[in-house]
Design a protein around this ligand. Structure first.
Ligand code: AKG
Length: 310
């Protein structure tokens, strides 16, 4: 999908410098908090976030499905909200920053709602099964007709390249909080400067050290990456490189955390400032294998989780 807006290009955001130095950029003003609240209300009118989201254990075991359980065209709650998303997609700061980084005609590769599922609604049988898994995307356990949102109960530090085997890191992720997100609402943890190794295999080699993590690339290099906690008010907006490590802990609050997640990509074949960023990386821009934590069906075979120790 082509981005709709034609921005004025006078303004510079420092997004390119931020990406080179830290692998992410935070928007000072964020997006309109009233529009974020309106979208939140509409979402909650359409969906109740409670135990009924989930299959029973017997239903799940009768036919476990681990793939194709995320929003997809035709099954994406955001498709109901077209013009209601203008507060993000047409926001002047976002459009001009994305244009600065990705060039004219940048595209929306993906957009979806993400729910950080609160511990209070996850069934006990499911908690027992997924304990210690690095990726707790609960889509496999959610009723099929409700898989129009992605449901997370935490996810270990990862790169968004993980979902794009063989694709160059020519896209970025924008996260928008629809309500205030504090320490107990599963805020994003992000490792500053971690993009510098380019693509590396998940799960990543990380050792907690002081206020951050020592990150090894598996190719003989190590870097210290300060940990940044993305807490903020409704309308908070931040964007990061496809190789920047980030993750979440399980939502410890009573309420779900609802966010928008966009992937923006440069127009295929177009030169853009993301190339300057990528030229500073000391590793590959794409991977032919992005993860080694799953078996052939997509079930977790590695039990390990670093972000939960943060
Ligand atoms: O929202 C979350 O809990 C994690 C989302 C995330 O890291 C991602 O979608 O890449």
């Amino acid at each position: 999908m082509q981005a709709q807006n034609t921005p004025s290009m006078g303004q510079r955001h420092g997004i390119v410098d931020d990406f080179i130095a830290r692998g992410h950029h935070q928007f000072d003003r964020g997006v309109d908090p009233l529009e974020a609240a309106r979208l939140l209300t509409k979402t909650r009118q359409l969906r109740t976030f409670d135990k009924d989201l989930f299959l029973t254990e017997a239903e799940f075991d009768a036919n476990p499905q681990y793939v194709g359980v995320n929003p997809a065209p035709g099954r994406n709650l955001l498709e109901r909200f077209g013009p209601d998303l203008a507060f993000v997609e047409q926001d002047h700061d976002i459009v001009s920053a994305m244009t600065e980084l990705l060039g004219d005609g940048y595209e929306i590769l993906l957009k979806k709602l993400i729910c950080g599922v609160p511990a209070s609604i996850v069934p006990a049988w499911l908690k027992a099964r997924i304990a210690g898994n690095p990726v707790n995307n609960l889509g496999a356990y959610v009723r099929p007709q409700l898989r129009d949102i992605t449901y997370f109960y935490g996810i270990d530090f990862h790169q968004d390249l993980i979902d794009y085997k063989d694709r160059e890191a020519d896209f970025v992720t924008l996260y928008v909080y629809l309500h205030d997100v504090g320490l107990h609402d599963a805020p994003l943890f992000l490792l500053e400067g971690s993009q510098s190794f380019g693509g590396t295999l998940f799960p990543h080699d990380l050792t907690h050290n002081g206020q951050g993590w020592d990150y090894s690339d598996g190719r003989g290099s190590m870097v210290h990456t300060p940990q940044k906690l993305l807490t903020g008010k409704a309308g908070f907006a931040a964007v990061w490189h496809a190789c920047t490590l980030h993750g979440t802990q399980p939502d410890a609050a009573d309420n779900e955390r609802l966010s928008l997640r966009y992937l923006f990509a440069r127009k295929p074949g177009a030169a853009a400032a993301i190339d300057q960023v990528n030229a500073t990386l000391r590793g590959p821009l794409s991977l032919d294998a992005t993860r080694k934590d799953l078996d052939a069906r997509g079930a977790a075979v590695i039990k390990a989780n670093k972000v939960n120790q943060a």
